[in-house]
Design a binder for this molecule. Sequence first.
Ligand SMILES: Cc1ncc(C[n+]2csc(CCOP(=O)(O)OP(=O)(O)O)c2C)c(N)n1
Length: 574
Amino acid sequence: MLLSGNEAVARAALDAGATVGTGYPGTPSTETLEAFATDADVYAEWCTNEKVALEVALGASAGGARVLCTMKHVGVNVAADPLFTAAYTGVGGGLVLLAADDPGMHSSQNEQDSHYYAAAAHVLMLDPADSQEAYDLTRAAYELSERFDVPVMIRSSVRISHTKSPVQTSEPTRAPERAPYESDPSKWVMMPAFAKGRRRRQLERIRQMRKWANEEGPNRVIDGSKAVGIICAGAAYQHVREALPDASILKLGVTYPLPDEVIRTFAETVQELFVVEEASTYLHEAVRALGVSVAEPPSELPAFGELSPNLIRAAFGQPVPQGADEVEGLPARPPALCPGCPHRLVFKELSRQKAIVCGDIGCYTLGALPPLAAMDCCVDMGASVSMAHGFELALGTTSDRPIVGIIGDSTFAHSGLSSLMTTVYNAGAGTICILDNRTTAMTGRQGNPFNGQQIQGREGVELDLERIISALGVQQVSTVDPNDMEAVRAALREAARERERLDVIIFKSPCVLLERKIADPYYVASCTGCGVCLTLGCPAIGKYPDTGLAYIDPEMCIGCGQCAQYCRFNAICR
Ligand SMILES: Cc1ncc(C[n+]2csc(CCOP(=O)(O)OP(=O)(O)O)c2C)c(N)n1
């Protein structure tokens, strides 16, 4: 089968007899649970966030099921609380957690390395370097999880998750028969009296896992010149093979606990030992901590971003072929909100109001970029609401700029709700805009509690956003059509006037990609003749030769709204 790394992990989980899958979407992990969910004989669900996903997975595991749980690297931050203690309780049925990293930040707010989580939580981590390994290591992970009584993390990255390569699958198995579930508080109730015992078990387990990693672990030596030895794992391995075909390589398939004897033995066979890894120093530090000396290449390898064969060639003084990684002279194509996106007019008005806008993570983060350029901060999911509260604490009414938090529907369910509870509880003020486009658009239009759509098409329950917010005790809650500029302006102005009040405005209109319908035509109301809209090259926009003012041909206009977004004078209306 030709499978992406994500599809291979899902296939392996199915073939290993996993019957429950949980997760929260996030690039580059999302397709894994979607692929798992295509099998009607298993159960899969998107959870509201990664902490919930891991807890549901742990419950299912405790109940005896083999489980797959998926998330992106920053999701592991959210799930860290249950992860660290699941490493004490251990598992029932095998529990595999896919953490997909994004070195280079193609679609993330940072490029942290999930290896550190495995090491800090003391859970086994396997590191596939292609789809075949993603399949094989995930299959093995279920047995290892049950054998060592520990969740097993599969660490992937963009290139492994999204690259398709051939996979030879093996015979599907059913999960092994388990004794019927029986209560066992000493294993599952992590209060100090029981947790102390489990902590001792955990430390003992590290020794056993390390022994396995040394004796049976999926690590491989690729023999080459003895002058240069390289230790690497995952995508870095593929780049090293390509860039330095003559080098001896120790390719690690298990990256926590590290196979210390394998590493020492390899180090002794080569004259100079290097470690090559992406956007991290995890392996460098861990290998050096074994007392093994690690040399540095003649030129430094970048400490951040994705590696490439050419970066490795350059660092090791090898010739770099022409037409290298960066093609010069191409125009930049920064991401932009889609034509017709319902988020845009809200940012337009906030920009006009010169509001202090605490942004959040989703398509609408693009409201930070010109021409909208209406965002002061964006840190992590849910932070818009809590940072707006913090701004208000610092500035109170001393600033004449309105303080606004802006958050998507899925992000609100993820962690905005608990932030909003904090603001309400502490009698905070300000304006919170919830951009409810009826989906989790950024990651590919997954379901969430506010559209009630389930991953396998089962009937879910659509939660009522406005009633939930009213029930929290927010003084002013309203729902507004974000495509109606006048209504958007009126709602935001009213909220800005009431500085002592907490307003929540739900801007509700489906993502343009959901309905695939473009709206009514725009028209030019009071053109100043600045000509910005004409530069867009839209065939529907022209100018009167006598006055130089712009017009929109209603027959040609598809209502995408791109021109309204660019018009600095709000002269383009619908
Ligand atoms: C902790 C964490 N989990 C997952 C993601 C990936 N992610 C980015 S935005 C987003 C959801 C966006 O959906 P929504 O808030 O509804 O906004 P929309 O994109 O629909 O405008 C997700 C899941 C992330 N960045 N951080």
